[in-house]
Design a binder for this molecule. Sequence first.
Ligand code: RTP
Ligand code: MG
Length: 141
Amino acid sequence: MATERTLSIIKPDAVAKNAIGEIIARFEKAGLKVVAAKMLHLDNDKAGGFYAEHKERPFFNDLVGFMTSGPVVVQVLEGENAIAKNRELMGATNPKDAEPGTIRADFAETIDANAVHGSDSAESAEREISYFFGNDEICPR
Ligand code: RTP
Ligand code: MG
C-alpha cells in the first residue's frame, strides 16, 4: 500500500459544535497524520471554485451557502491509503445512511450539514490540496 495525502475539511456545522478536536482525534487514532492545517472563512468564490464539479447540480447554491456560513478547518492528512481511509472514517454523504461510529453518523444532522469533506480520488486529492495549500505550507513528518 502506498502512502497518500488527502484533503479534509471540517465543515461549518462541526466547527460550530466545537467538534474540531474530536474529529481530528479520529484521524490520528486511525493512523493518519496532519501534515498541514488552517482555519478559514470561505467566501462564495473560494467555496464555489472548490465544488466546481457540482456547479450544475440543483444543490450547488445551498452547498456554497452552507460552506460560507462559518469558519472551516482545512487539513492535509497523510498515511497508508489515506484517501479511502478518510472516506471510511467519514461515512456516507447522507448521515442517515452513514455507518454507526463514522464521523457523519456521530456529528452530522443532514445531507447539507454533514460535518466533513474528504477527497474522493487521487486526482481530486492533488487538485484540492493545491487549492488550499502551497508546498511550503505542508510539513512532511
Ligand atoms: P464532500 O465532497 O463534501 O466530501 O461530500 P461527498 O463526496 O460525500 O458528496 P458529493 O457528491 O461530493 O457532494 C458534495 C456535497 O454536496 C451536498 N449534496 N447534497 N441534496 C443532495 O442530493 C446533495 N448531494 C450532495 C452534500 O453536502 C455533499 O457533502
Ligand atoms: Mg465529494
